[in-house]
Design a protein around this ligand. Structure first.
Ligand code: ATP
Length: 337
């Protein structure tokens, strides 16, 4: 059986990129009877980049409400908050003890920070925390804890899945037991509208860049945000290149193939940016509007949210606790009973 796992870092308000790249396909996949799906709020991951407790807390609420408002079936799936599963940090430590430091030296996020420091003439490890350095191990624990075998990721995350495989294989080898399943990355095809969405400033749309279009805005705010998408100075009537435009890219992620072709022609015929953005607002709003009210209701009902998360935590721990027992025993920890 396919076991799939998706986490969203609770470091800000969920945005169109999270929706298109992770939440929408995950909810779709969870309807397949042959798939066992694990969805989690990655709050320990949030601490790597975000030291604002109020933001982490608020984000956790918003991301949880987003999944539920969009119709995630929490009876058929396992939906939990990472920090409710103490087995995960414990497994992280055990994996840290077999993970070569050299493997982490090669991780993209760490290397990018070092490169930026060097370029600025700073100490290479300036502001690099152990969290940033070793978070691929926490990610490996997230995956291996539930023996997820197919992990949907963006291109930038493939390396982390390979690291998780590496660590799992090493653990299995050292303790001479087939404890962990080796996970595989499933990369969405960039041609199916699931490419990495650009943010308002042209960089990747990301909670930590504060350049996002949040998913559940009021109509007025959504319109305002879409109007802020960076465009070039081409006038109405001048042909525009759809393939370098964030407006077109977001359009493509929400449109049918026919609508995409039509908009491509409009770009080539020189549609005005104002008009293209107006149509984009209408398209996005049509898809999002039905869940908006439900989202606002759930945001105002923390008891319901907490109950859903506790239900998920119970299911997740029913698997994680006995599995961790097995892992501990294999390593000679707590094995008297
Ligand atoms: P952070 O900056 O806190 O890391 P993020 O918004 O970049 O946040 P994550 O929470 O790390 O995103 O990622 C959650 C999921 O959303 C992942 O599956 C990721 O691939 C997807 N995702 C994030 N940003 C985008 C984007 N701009 N376009 C498409 N998918 C995205």
């Amino acid at each position: 059986k396919i076991r799939t796992l998706t986490g969203i870092t609770t470091s800000g308000t969920p945005h169109l990129g999270n929706y298109v790249g992770a939440i929408r396909p995950a909810i779709e996949a969870s309807k397949d009877e042959n798939v066992r799906s694990y969805y989690f709020l990655a709050d320990y991951h949030a601490l790597i980049k975000c030291w604002d407790p109020e933001r982490v807390h608020q984000s956790t609420r918003e991301i949880a409400a987003t999944w539920l408002a969009l119709g995630l079936d929490t009876d058929k799936t396992i939906f939990y908050r990472q920090s409710d599963i103490p087995e995960i940090p414990e497994l992280t430590w055990m994996l840290n003890c077999v993970c070569a430091k050299g493997l982490m030296n090669r991780a993209h996020a760490y290397k990018a920070s070092v490169d930026a420091n060097v370029a600025n003439g700073a100490d290479p490890d300036f502001e690099v925390t152990m969290g940033l350095f070793s978070y691929p191990v926490l990610m490996a624990a997230d995956i291996l804890m539930f023996n997820a075998n197919k992990v949907p990721v963006g291109r930038d995350q493939i390396q982390h899945i390979e690291m998780a495989r590496d660590i799992a294989g090493r653990f299995n080898h050292i303790y001479n037991k087939k404890l962990f399943t080796l996970p595989e990355a499933v990369v969405a095809d960039a041609n199916d509208g699931s490419a990495v969405l650009q943010g308002l400033d042209g960089r990747k749309m990301s909670k930590s860049y504060d350049n996002t279009i949040p998913l559940f805005l009021t109509e007025k705010q959504l319109k305002k945000h879409i109007n802020k998408i960076l465009t070039n100075l081409l006038e109405p009537g001048e042909p525009k290149d759809p393939d370098t435009s964030a407006v077109f890219q977001i359009w493509k992620a929400f449109a049918t193939p026919e609508q995409t072709e039509e908009m491509r022609r409009e770009f080539e015929n020189g549609i005005a940016w104002g008009e293209a953005k107006k149509r984009l607002f209408e398209l996005v709003n049509t898809e999002i509007a039905p869940a908006r009210e439900r989202y606002n209701e759930i945001m105002n009902d923390p008891a319901y949210l907490e109950a859903e998360l506790q239900k998920g935590a119970e299911k997740a721990r029913a698997e994680a606790a006995p599995f961790l027992d097995k892992i501990r025993k294999a390593a000679g920890i707590k094995c008297f009973k």
